[in-house]
Ligand binder design. Structure first.
Ligand code: ADP
Ligand code: MG
Length: 418
């Protein structure tokens, strides 16, 4: 069927069983445990993370499930349903300050990068039994050994739902438990970010891992990317009869790398010319002065960040005071700002958003880095079927690639399942 709506609970149980049995078939033994961690969607707060601003993502009901068993030697083996074969390395290769260029490559850089990053945060990967001095708090007991692991994921790759953070968070929690480390979840989020930045080489912020580790059912994670304070905010979608529809345009992020770097550079330039450490230090009252100081284009980039931070704060306040049915105009304004000021939308995203707005959504916006990827629409449940038909028709009329649409709900963050 093409109607891939939200994954029923029953499938979660089947997934756990399949991961367990595949692990046993691969390695000829039972796993010590099963851990899972979700992908995430960003409700509002786009490109604000690297400007030390606010974001409001939530963990979704699409997850990576990981089975892991410690070994009594220093061999690490890991495999995914997603890729052929088993990747094998030695813990010695990860017990280094900086990873050599050829140590980790391909998909396994995500999970094995986390094992390396745990070492950077104080876990003793050397086998000598001593803690690395002067790094983050977290008990180190010398129980660090090799392991066998297998994972499967229901988070679609590259749809802006952070399949990467789902992997990082699942193994971060699994190794934290198995190696008897005592990192808290906020530290594990930083571990995942370090893996993604240094082992994978993607210059991403802390949002994805925070959502995946701190998420709660029917709630969002309100994250201050300057202080890294995180607060859980009730969404109340179900009680209000609302659902969040993901509209993946299936447009590849053609300019995403260059575009992302260029937007970051504009934000840095804006902060420098306004003489602040980051754009977080500006608010809407500073915009008239910014308009005098900055070039027309840099001003619009800055205006997006400053107003987007305000929209995140307004969304949190509105959720608390009035409930989710009242946040639609903030989502709409966020999209307009990304389209006109930050200029990271594409025709497919604009059509998805406009069609949603015209067909019953209470609000809609593109989500993620831009230049392709997905849009989200907050929609009364009963309007979802007609909205999907309208979007399919709007895309086909314009000869766009058919979009993939599915509903997500806000789910719990990473957990030990078994
Ligand atoms: P996303 O927006 O989905 O996080 P990224 O490019 O950040 O996209 O991460 C996608 C990468 O994560 C994939 O190219 C792959 O290397 C890895 N990945 C995602 N899902 C899996 C999986 N189930 N098994 C192995 N690797 C995966
Ligand atoms: Mg990612």
């Amino acid at each position: 069927t093409t109607d891939n709506t939200s994954m029923p609970e029953a499938d979660d149980a089947a997934l756990l069983e399949r991961v367990q049995s595949t692990f046993s078939a691969l390695y000829g033994k039972s796993p010590d445990g099963l851990w899972s961690a979700p992908g995430r969607v960003n409700l509002i707060g786009e490109h604000t993370d690297y400007n030390e601003g606010f974001v409001l993502p939530f963990a979704i009901n699409r997850r990576t499930v990981l089975a892991l068993a410690l070994r009594d030697d220093r061999v690490i083996r890991i495999s995914s349903a997603f890729a052929e074969g088993v990747v094998e390395i030695n813990l010695d290769d990860l017990a280094v300050e900086e990873l050599g260029p050829d140590v980790l490559s391909g998909w396994s850089a995500y999970p094995l990068g986390v094992a390396w990053a745990l070492g950077r945060f104080g876990a003793d990967l050397s086998g000598a039994g001593d803690a690395v001095d002067g790094l983050a708090a977290g008990a180190v007991t010398g129980s660090v050994t090799g392991f066998d692991a297998y994972l499967e994921s229901t988070v679609p790759v590259g749809a802006g739902l952070s399949s990467s953070a789902a992997i990082e968070s699942s193994i971060a929690l699994a190794l934290n438990d198995s190696w008897r480390l005592e990192f808290d979840r906020q530290t594990l989020a930083k571990v995942g970010q370090l893996a993604e930045n240094k082992a994978v080489g993607a210059p991403t912020g802390i949002m994805d891992q925070s959502a995946s580790l701190l998420g709660r059912r029917d709630a969002a994670v309100f994250l201050d990317c300057r202080s890294l304070d995180a607060e859980v905010v009730d969404l109340g979608f179900a009680a209000a009869g609302l659902e969040l529809l993901i509209i993946d345009t299936n447009v590849a992020h053609a300019h995403s790398t260059g575009g992302y770097a260029a937007r970051r550079a504009s934000c840095e330039e804006g902060a420098r010319l306004m003489d602040v450490p980051s754009l977080r230090y500006l608010d809407v009252d500073d915009l008239p002065r910014a308009q005098e100081v900055l070039s027309e284009e840099t001003f619009r980039r800055v205006r997006h960040i400053v107003t987007e931070n305000q929209r995140v704060l307004d969304t949190v306040r509105t959720l608390r005071l009035e409930g989710p049915a009242a946040i639609g105009s903030l989502l709409d304004a966020s999209h307009a700002s990304m389209r006109d000021d930050f200029e990271i939308s594409v025709a497919e995203l604009d059509v998805a958003v406009e069609t949603a707005q015209a067909n019953g959504a209470i609000g809609a916006r593109m989500t993620g880095g831009g230049f392709g990827g997905a849009a989200i629409a907050l929609v009364p449940s009963e309007s979802i079927p007609a909205l999907k038909i309208a979007i399919t028709a709007a895309f086909s009329e314009r000869n766009f690639t058919a979009p993939t649409m599915f509903v997500v709900s806000a789910a719990d963050g990473a957990v030990r399942e078994v």
